[in-house]
Write a protein that binds this ligand. Structure first.
Ligand SMILES: [Zn+2]
Length: 433
Protein backbone atom coordinates (compact mmCIF):
# COMPACT_ATOMS: atom_id res chain seq x y z
CA UNK A 1 0.00 0.00 0.00
CA UNK A 2 1.22 3.49 -0.87
CA UNK A 3 0.83 6.00 1.94
CA UNK A 4 1.15 9.76 1.83
CA UNK A 5 0.66 11.87 4.96
CA UNK A 6 0.14 15.61 4.63
CA UNK A 7 0.81 17.05 8.07
CA UNK A 8 -0.12 20.27 9.82
CA UNK A 9 -1.99 22.05 7.02
CA UNK A 10 -5.19 24.08 7.19
CA UNK A 11 -7.67 21.56 5.80
CA UNK A 12 -10.50 23.21 3.93
CA UNK A 13 -13.25 20.90 2.69
CA UNK A 14 -16.40 22.94 2.03
CA UNK A 15 -18.39 19.83 1.05
CA UNK A 16 -18.02 18.62 4.66
CA UNK A 17 -18.04 22.06 6.29
CA UNK A 18 -14.46 21.49 7.44
CA UNK A 19 -11.96 24.30 7.99
CA UNK A 20 -9.46 23.27 10.65
CA UNK A 21 -5.80 22.46 11.14
CA UNK A 22 -4.91 18.80 10.86
CA UNK A 23 -3.39 15.97 8.87
CA UNK A 24 -4.60 14.20 5.77
CA UNK A 25 -3.73 10.54 5.19
CA UNK A 26 -3.88 9.06 1.72
CA UNK A 27 -3.73 5.31 1.17
CA UNK A 28 -3.32 4.30 -2.47
CA UNK A 29 -5.85 6.35 -4.42
CA UNK A 30 -8.20 7.22 -1.54
CA UNK A 31 -8.45 9.60 1.40
CA UNK A 32 -8.00 7.30 4.42
CA UNK A 33 -8.28 9.75 7.32
CA UNK A 34 -8.51 13.45 7.97
CA UNK A 35 -7.98 15.59 11.08
CA UNK A 36 -6.37 13.75 13.97
CA UNK A 37 -4.79 10.91 12.03
CA UNK A 38 -2.88 9.35 14.90
CA UNK A 39 0.40 7.52 15.20
CA UNK A 40 1.64 4.84 12.85
CA UNK A 41 0.58 6.70 9.76
CA UNK A 42 4.11 8.01 9.19
CA UNK A 43 5.14 4.83 7.37
CA UNK A 44 5.20 6.41 3.93
CA UNK A 45 5.83 9.79 2.34
CA UNK A 46 5.35 12.65 4.78
CA UNK A 47 4.71 16.12 3.37
CA UNK A 48 4.96 19.04 5.78
CA UNK A 49 2.05 21.39 5.04
CA UNK A 50 2.53 23.87 7.88
CA UNK A 51 1.32 27.28 6.74
CA UNK A 52 -0.36 25.75 3.68
CA UNK A 53 -3.95 25.09 2.67
CA UNK A 54 -4.92 21.48 1.90
CA UNK A 55 -8.04 21.50 -0.27
CA UNK A 56 -9.91 19.15 -2.62
CA UNK A 57 -8.48 19.13 -6.16
CA UNK A 58 -9.92 22.07 -8.09
CA UNK A 59 -12.53 21.35 -10.76
CA UNK A 60 -12.88 23.44 -13.93
CA UNK A 61 -16.09 22.87 -15.89
CA UNK A 62 -14.90 24.83 -18.89
CA UNK A 63 -11.64 24.35 -20.79
CA UNK A 64 -10.67 24.09 -24.46
CA UNK A 65 -7.82 21.71 -25.18
CA UNK A 66 -7.95 22.13 -29.00
CA UNK A 67 -6.49 18.75 -30.01
CA UNK A 68 -9.07 17.08 -32.21
CA UNK A 69 -10.19 13.46 -32.55
CA UNK A 70 -8.02 11.08 -34.60
CA UNK A 71 -5.24 13.63 -35.02
CA UNK A 72 -1.68 12.49 -35.65
CA UNK A 73 0.41 15.63 -35.34
CA UNK A 74 0.36 17.56 -32.05
CA UNK A 75 1.94 20.57 -33.82
CA UNK A 76 -1.37 21.11 -35.60
CA UNK A 77 -2.94 22.43 -32.39
CA UNK A 78 -2.63 25.45 -30.12
CA UNK A 79 -2.89 22.96 -27.23
CA UNK A 80 -2.84 19.18 -26.96
CA UNK A 81 -4.77 17.14 -24.44
CA UNK A 82 -1.46 16.33 -22.70
CA UNK A 83 -0.33 19.99 -22.56
CA UNK A 84 -3.74 21.06 -21.31
CA UNK A 85 -3.73 18.37 -18.63
CA UNK A 86 -0.25 19.52 -17.53
CA UNK A 87 -1.47 23.14 -17.37
CA UNK A 88 -4.46 21.98 -15.33
CA UNK A 89 -2.44 20.28 -12.59
CA UNK A 90 0.04 23.18 -12.52
CA UNK A 91 -2.97 25.38 -11.77
CA UNK A 92 -4.23 23.00 -9.05
CA UNK A 93 -7.03 21.54 -11.20
CA UNK A 94 -7.49 17.78 -10.91
CA UNK A 95 -10.65 17.55 -13.05
CA UNK A 96 -11.40 19.59 -16.17
CA UNK A 97 -14.27 19.45 -18.65
CA UNK A 98 -13.08 19.73 -22.23
CA UNK A 99 -15.40 21.52 -24.63
CA UNK A 100 -16.25 19.81 -27.92
CA UNK A 101 -15.66 22.69 -30.35
CA UNK A 102 -12.49 21.15 -31.74
CA UNK A 103 -11.96 20.76 -35.48
CA UNK A 104 -13.58 18.33 -36.18
CA UNK A 105 -15.91 18.54 -33.18
CA UNK A 106 -16.59 15.89 -30.53
CA UNK A 107 -20.02 14.93 -31.78
CA UNK A 108 -19.86 11.11 -31.84
CA UNK A 109 -19.16 8.21 -29.49
CA UNK A 110 -15.95 7.43 -31.40
CA UNK A 111 -14.68 10.99 -30.99
CA UNK A 112 -15.50 11.02 -27.26
CA UNK A 113 -13.84 7.62 -26.77
CA UNK A 114 -10.71 8.88 -28.57
CA UNK A 115 -10.60 11.87 -26.22
CA UNK A 116 -10.99 9.70 -23.13
CA UNK A 117 -8.12 7.49 -24.29
CA UNK A 118 -5.92 10.51 -25.04
CA UNK A 119 -6.54 11.92 -21.57
CA UNK A 120 -5.71 8.56 -20.00
CA UNK A 121 -2.35 8.50 -21.85
CA UNK A 122 -1.52 11.94 -20.45
CA UNK A 123 -2.23 10.51 -16.98
CA UNK A 124 -2.37 13.90 -15.23
CA UNK A 125 -5.65 15.71 -14.59
CA UNK A 126 -8.92 13.92 -15.17
CA UNK A 127 -10.13 15.28 -18.51
CA UNK A 128 -13.86 14.76 -18.97
CA UNK A 129 -15.01 15.39 -22.53
CA UNK A 130 -18.24 17.24 -23.18
CA UNK A 131 -20.09 16.01 -26.27
CA UNK A 132 -21.71 18.27 -28.85
CA UNK A 133 -25.40 19.16 -28.56
CA UNK A 134 -25.87 19.04 -32.32
CA UNK A 135 -24.13 17.16 -35.13
CA UNK A 136 -21.12 19.15 -36.33
CA UNK A 137 -22.23 21.97 -34.00
CA UNK A 138 -24.40 23.08 -36.92
CA UNK A 139 -27.49 23.53 -34.76
CA UNK A 140 -29.76 21.39 -36.90
CA UNK A 141 -29.73 17.75 -35.72
CA UNK A 142 -29.46 16.73 -32.07
CA UNK A 143 -26.38 14.53 -31.61
CA UNK A 144 -26.53 10.98 -30.20
CA UNK A 145 -26.40 11.72 -26.45
CA UNK A 146 -26.79 8.11 -25.28
CA UNK A 147 -23.87 6.87 -27.38
CA UNK A 148 -21.63 9.76 -26.26
CA UNK A 149 -22.60 9.32 -22.62
CA UNK A 150 -21.74 5.63 -22.82
CA UNK A 151 -18.37 6.57 -24.36
CA UNK A 152 -17.58 8.90 -21.43
CA UNK A 153 -19.14 12.32 -22.15
CA UNK A 154 -19.99 14.16 -18.91
CA UNK A 155 -22.39 16.74 -20.42
CA UNK A 156 -23.43 18.23 -23.76
CA UNK A 157 -22.77 21.66 -25.22
CA UNK A 158 -22.24 23.48 -28.51
CA UNK A 159 -19.94 25.92 -26.66
CA UNK A 160 -18.46 28.54 -28.94
CA UNK A 161 -21.94 29.12 -30.26
CA UNK A 162 -25.54 28.69 -29.18
CA UNK A 163 -28.18 26.45 -30.77
CA UNK A 164 -30.13 29.17 -32.60
CA UNK A 165 -33.23 27.18 -33.56
CA UNK A 166 -35.64 27.12 -30.61
CA UNK A 167 -37.16 23.77 -31.60
CA UNK A 168 -33.80 22.02 -31.94
CA UNK A 169 -32.65 23.58 -28.65
CA UNK A 170 -35.75 22.34 -26.86
CA UNK A 171 -35.48 18.87 -28.42
CA UNK A 172 -31.87 18.62 -27.19
CA UNK A 173 -32.88 19.61 -23.65
CA UNK A 174 -35.72 17.07 -23.61
CA UNK A 175 -33.35 14.32 -24.68
CA UNK A 176 -30.74 15.33 -22.07
CA UNK A 177 -33.46 15.45 -19.40
CA UNK A 178 -34.67 11.98 -20.41
CA UNK A 179 -31.22 10.48 -19.76
CA UNK A 180 -30.59 12.79 -16.79
CA UNK A 181 -27.53 14.53 -18.22
CA UNK A 182 -26.73 18.25 -17.95
CA UNK A 183 -26.47 20.67 -20.86
CA UNK A 184 -23.90 23.52 -20.81
CA UNK A 185 -25.07 26.64 -22.64
CA UNK A 186 -22.94 29.28 -24.32
CA UNK A 187 -25.73 31.87 -24.27
CA UNK A 188 -25.40 34.16 -27.25
CA UNK A 189 -28.13 35.17 -29.66
CA UNK A 190 -26.30 34.86 -32.99
CA UNK A 191 -28.40 37.49 -34.78
CA UNK A 192 -27.83 40.09 -32.05
CA UNK A 193 -24.11 39.28 -31.70
CA UNK A 194 -23.30 39.08 -35.41
CA UNK A 195 -20.01 40.77 -36.29
CA UNK A 196 -19.30 42.03 -32.78
CA UNK A 197 -15.68 42.30 -31.67
CA UNK A 198 -15.63 43.89 -28.19
CA UNK A 199 -18.27 44.96 -25.65
CA UNK A 200 -20.76 47.46 -27.10
CA UNK A 201 -19.41 50.59 -25.40
CA UNK A 202 -18.01 54.08 -26.03
CA UNK A 203 -14.61 52.40 -26.47
CA UNK A 204 -15.97 50.21 -29.29
CA UNK A 205 -17.25 53.35 -31.02
CA UNK A 206 -13.95 55.16 -30.44
CA UNK A 207 -12.00 52.24 -31.90
CA UNK A 208 -14.44 51.93 -34.80
CA UNK A 209 -15.26 48.32 -33.91
CA UNK A 210 -18.70 46.63 -34.00
CA UNK A 211 -19.97 46.00 -30.48
CA UNK A 212 -21.14 42.80 -28.80
CA UNK A 213 -24.31 43.85 -26.99
CA UNK A 214 -25.48 42.74 -23.57
CA UNK A 215 -28.80 41.91 -25.22
CA UNK A 216 -27.23 39.06 -27.19
CA UNK A 217 -26.34 37.36 -23.90
CA UNK A 218 -29.38 38.42 -21.83
CA UNK A 219 -31.92 37.17 -24.37
CA UNK A 220 -30.16 33.82 -24.69
CA UNK A 221 -29.80 33.30 -20.93
CA UNK A 222 -33.52 34.04 -20.48
CA UNK A 223 -34.36 31.49 -23.21
CA UNK A 224 -32.12 28.83 -21.65
CA UNK A 225 -33.61 29.37 -18.17
CA UNK A 226 -37.18 29.13 -19.50
CA UNK A 227 -36.35 25.98 -21.44
CA UNK A 228 -34.77 24.44 -18.34
CA UNK A 229 -38.00 25.07 -16.44
CA UNK A 230 -40.15 23.64 -19.19
CA UNK A 231 -38.11 20.52 -19.92
CA UNK A 232 -36.70 19.74 -16.48
CA UNK A 233 -33.24 19.54 -18.06
CA UNK A 234 -30.32 20.60 -15.85
CA UNK A 235 -28.99 23.66 -17.68
CA UNK A 236 -25.61 25.14 -16.78
CA UNK A 237 -25.10 28.73 -17.98
CA UNK A 238 -21.50 29.25 -19.07
CA UNK A 239 -19.38 32.37 -18.58
CA UNK A 240 -22.02 34.82 -17.26
CA UNK A 241 -20.81 38.36 -18.05
CA UNK A 242 -23.75 40.81 -17.78
CA UNK A 243 -25.97 42.15 -15.05
CA UNK A 244 -29.03 41.07 -17.08
CA UNK A 245 -27.78 37.48 -17.26
CA UNK A 246 -27.19 37.50 -13.51
CA UNK A 247 -30.77 38.69 -12.93
CA UNK A 248 -32.18 36.02 -15.25
CA UNK A 249 -30.29 33.27 -13.41
CA UNK A 250 -31.37 34.68 -10.03
CA UNK A 251 -35.04 34.72 -11.10
CA UNK A 252 -34.85 31.20 -12.57
CA UNK A 253 -33.34 29.81 -9.39
CA UNK A 254 -35.98 31.56 -7.26
CA UNK A 255 -38.62 29.90 -9.44
CA UNK A 256 -37.04 26.50 -8.84
CA UNK A 257 -35.65 25.99 -12.36
CA UNK A 258 -32.81 23.41 -12.55
CA UNK A 259 -30.27 26.07 -13.51
CA UNK A 260 -26.65 26.54 -12.46
CA UNK A 261 -24.09 29.09 -13.64
CA UNK A 262 -20.39 29.85 -13.82
CA UNK A 263 -18.25 32.99 -14.08
CA UNK A 264 -14.65 33.30 -15.26
CA UNK A 265 -11.75 34.96 -13.42
CA UNK A 266 -11.36 37.44 -16.31
CA UNK A 267 -14.99 38.58 -16.14
CA UNK A 268 -14.50 39.25 -12.42
CA UNK A 269 -11.27 41.20 -12.71
CA UNK A 270 -11.01 42.90 -16.13
CA UNK A 271 -13.19 45.39 -17.99
CA UNK A 272 -13.52 46.52 -21.60
CA UNK A 273 -11.09 49.35 -20.80
CA UNK A 274 -8.27 46.81 -21.02
CA UNK A 275 -8.77 46.93 -24.81
CA UNK A 276 -7.97 50.64 -25.11
CA UNK A 277 -4.51 49.75 -26.41
CA UNK A 278 -6.02 47.30 -28.94
CA UNK A 279 -4.17 44.39 -27.33
CA UNK A 280 -5.76 41.23 -28.75
CA UNK A 281 -4.92 39.17 -25.64
CA UNK A 282 -7.99 40.83 -24.07
CA UNK A 283 -10.33 39.80 -26.91
CA UNK A 284 -12.69 37.15 -25.62
CA UNK A 285 -16.29 36.04 -26.01
CA UNK A 286 -18.39 36.92 -24.10
CA UNK A 287 -16.38 40.13 -24.07
CA UNK A 288 -14.89 41.97 -21.13
CA UNK A 289 -17.77 44.23 -20.06
CA UNK A 290 -18.24 47.41 -18.01
CA UNK A 291 -17.27 47.82 -14.36
CA UNK A 292 -20.99 47.78 -13.62
CA UNK A 293 -21.36 44.26 -15.09
CA UNK A 294 -18.17 43.08 -13.38
CA UNK A 295 -19.64 44.22 -10.06
CA UNK A 296 -22.91 42.37 -10.70
CA UNK A 297 -21.12 39.15 -11.62
CA UNK A 298 -18.86 39.44 -8.58
CA UNK A 299 -21.85 39.98 -6.27
CA UNK A 300 -23.53 36.91 -7.79
CA UNK A 301 -20.44 34.76 -7.17
CA UNK A 302 -20.40 35.95 -3.57
CA UNK A 303 -24.08 35.25 -2.88
CA UNK A 304 -24.08 31.92 -4.74
CA UNK A 305 -26.38 32.95 -7.60
CA UNK A 306 -23.40 32.04 -9.76
CA UNK A 307 -22.46 28.62 -8.42
CA UNK A 308 -18.90 28.24 -9.56
CA UNK A 309 -15.79 29.65 -11.18
CA UNK A 310 -14.59 28.23 -14.49
CA UNK A 311 -11.68 29.44 -16.60
CA UNK A 312 -12.88 29.07 -20.22
CA UNK A 313 -9.17 28.30 -20.83
CA UNK A 314 -8.86 28.97 -24.56
CA UNK A 315 -5.38 28.46 -26.04
CA UNK A 316 -4.47 30.14 -29.33
CA UNK A 317 -1.32 30.24 -31.43
CA UNK A 318 0.68 33.48 -31.44
CA UNK A 319 -0.32 33.83 -35.09
CA UNK A 320 -4.06 33.73 -34.30
CA UNK A 321 -3.62 36.60 -31.84
CA UNK A 322 -1.07 38.62 -33.87
CA UNK A 323 -3.74 40.16 -36.06
CA UNK A 324 -5.77 43.34 -35.93
CA UNK A 325 -8.35 43.38 -33.16
CA UNK A 326 -11.21 42.79 -35.58
CA UNK A 327 -9.59 39.67 -37.05
CA UNK A 328 -7.82 38.10 -34.03
CA UNK A 329 -9.17 34.95 -32.36
CA UNK A 330 -11.46 35.21 -29.33
CA UNK A 331 -10.23 33.65 -26.08
CA UNK A 332 -7.59 33.63 -23.35
CA UNK A 333 -5.86 30.91 -21.32
CA UNK A 334 -6.66 30.65 -17.61
CA UNK A 335 -5.73 27.36 -15.94
CA UNK A 336 -2.40 28.46 -14.44
CA UNK A 337 -3.47 31.95 -13.36
CA UNK A 338 -6.98 31.26 -11.96
CA UNK A 339 -6.12 30.44 -8.35
CA UNK A 340 -3.70 33.34 -7.86
CA UNK A 341 -5.96 35.84 -9.62
CA UNK A 342 -9.08 34.76 -7.71
CA UNK A 343 -7.33 34.54 -4.34
CA UNK A 344 -5.97 38.06 -4.83
CA UNK A 345 -9.20 39.60 -6.13
CA UNK A 346 -11.60 37.78 -3.80
CA UNK A 347 -9.87 36.56 -0.64
CA UNK A 348 -7.15 39.15 -0.15
CA UNK A 349 -9.66 42.01 -0.56
CA UNK A 350 -11.44 40.32 1.52
CA UNK A 351 -14.69 39.89 -0.41
CA UNK A 352 -14.77 36.14 0.25
CA UNK A 353 -13.15 33.69 2.64
CA UNK A 354 -10.86 30.87 1.55
CA UNK A 355 -13.56 28.24 2.22
CA UNK A 356 -16.03 30.25 0.08
CA UNK A 357 -13.56 30.52 -2.81
CA UNK A 358 -12.59 26.85 -2.58
CA UNK A 359 -16.28 25.86 -2.52
CA UNK A 360 -16.80 27.70 -5.85
CA UNK A 361 -13.87 25.76 -7.34
CA UNK A 362 -14.54 22.27 -5.90
CA UNK A 363 -17.85 21.22 -4.31
CA UNK A 364 -19.98 23.54 -6.47
CA UNK A 365 -18.70 22.38 -9.88
CA UNK A 366 -18.78 18.75 -8.66
CA UNK A 367 -22.44 19.27 -7.77
CA UNK A 368 -23.24 20.67 -11.24
CA UNK A 369 -22.03 17.42 -12.80
CA UNK A 370 -23.13 15.11 -10.02
CA UNK A 371 -19.46 14.15 -9.86
CA UNK A 372 -17.89 11.93 -7.23
CA UNK A 373 -15.17 14.51 -6.49
CA UNK A 374 -14.58 17.83 -4.80
CA UNK A 375 -14.26 16.58 -1.22
CA UNK A 376 -11.62 15.28 1.20
CA UNK A 377 -14.04 12.99 3.05
CA UNK A 378 -12.56 9.61 4.03
CA UNK A 379 -13.17 7.16 1.19
CA UNK A 380 -13.14 9.89 -1.48
CA UNK A 381 -10.71 9.77 -4.38
CA UNK A 382 -7.46 11.38 -3.32
CA UNK A 383 -7.54 14.42 -5.60
CA UNK A 384 -5.85 17.07 -3.46
CA UNK A 385 -4.41 20.54 -4.04
CA UNK A 386 -1.94 22.22 -1.67
CA UNK A 387 -1.86 26.03 -1.74
CA UNK A 388 0.56 28.52 -0.19
CA UNK A 389 -1.82 31.39 0.67
CA UNK A 390 1.02 33.77 1.52
CA UNK A 391 3.17 33.24 -1.59
CA UNK A 392 3.46 36.34 -3.75
CA UNK A 393 4.42 35.76 -7.35
CA UNK A 394 4.32 37.42 -10.74
CA UNK A 395 2.34 35.69 -13.47
CA UNK A 396 4.73 34.77 -16.26
CA UNK A 397 3.12 32.88 -19.17
CA UNK A 398 6.63 32.04 -20.41
CA UNK A 399 6.84 29.54 -17.56
CA UNK A 400 3.44 27.95 -18.12
CA UNK A 401 3.00 24.27 -18.89
CA UNK A 402 0.34 25.26 -21.40
CA UNK A 403 1.52 25.34 -24.98
CA UNK A 404 -0.22 28.71 -25.46
CA UNK A 405 0.81 32.13 -24.15
CA UNK A 406 -2.36 34.22 -24.58
CA UNK A 407 -2.70 35.07 -20.88
CA UNK A 408 -4.29 38.44 -20.05
CA UNK A 409 -2.71 38.49 -16.59
CA UNK A 410 0.97 38.47 -17.67
CA UNK A 411 3.03 40.60 -15.30
CA UNK A 412 0.31 40.77 -12.66
CA UNK A 413 1.46 40.38 -9.05
CA UNK A 414 -0.76 37.95 -7.18
CA UNK A 415 -0.86 36.31 -3.75
CA UNK A 416 -1.74 32.64 -3.36
CA UNK A 417 -0.02 29.85 -5.26
CA UNK A 418 -0.53 26.17 -5.95
CA UNK A 419 2.49 24.29 -4.63
CA UNK A 420 1.44 20.65 -5.05
CA UNK A 421 -1.28 18.71 -6.86
CA UNK A 422 -2.25 15.07 -6.31
CA UNK A 423 -4.54 13.07 -8.56
CA UNK A 424 -5.72 9.67 -7.37
CA UNK A 425 -3.09 9.72 -4.62
CA UNK A 426 -0.22 10.37 -7.04
CA UNK A 427 1.81 13.59 -6.94
CA UNK A 428 1.40 15.02 -10.44
CA UNK A 429 2.67 18.56 -9.86
CA UNK A 430 5.16 20.25 -7.54
CA UNK A 431 6.05 23.93 -7.83
CA UNK A 432 9.69 24.76 -8.43
CA UNK A 433 11.74 26.27 -5.56
ZN1 LIG B 1 -18.45 29.85 -24.71
Amino acid sequence: MTRILLTGGRIIDPACGRDSPGDLLIEDDRIAAVGDVGVGAEAGTVLDCAGLLVVPGLIDLHVHLREAPFSENPDDFAETVADGAAAAVAGGFTTVCAMPNTTPPLDSADAVAWYVARAREANLARVLPVGCMTCGRRGRIVANFVAMRDAGACAFSDDGSDVADDEVFEEALREAARIEMPVFCHCENAALAAGGVIHDSPLATALGLPGLSRDAEDVAVARACEAASRTGCRVHIQHVSTEGAVQAVRRAKADGAPVTAEATPHHLTLTVDALAGRNTVFKVNPPLRSAHDTGAVLAAVRDGTIDCLATDHAPHTAEAKARRLGDAAFGMIGLESALGVCATALVETPLMTWPELIQRMTAAPAHVLGLDAGTLAPGARADVTVIDPAARWTIDPGRFASKARNCPFAGREVKGRVVRTLVGGGIVYEAAE
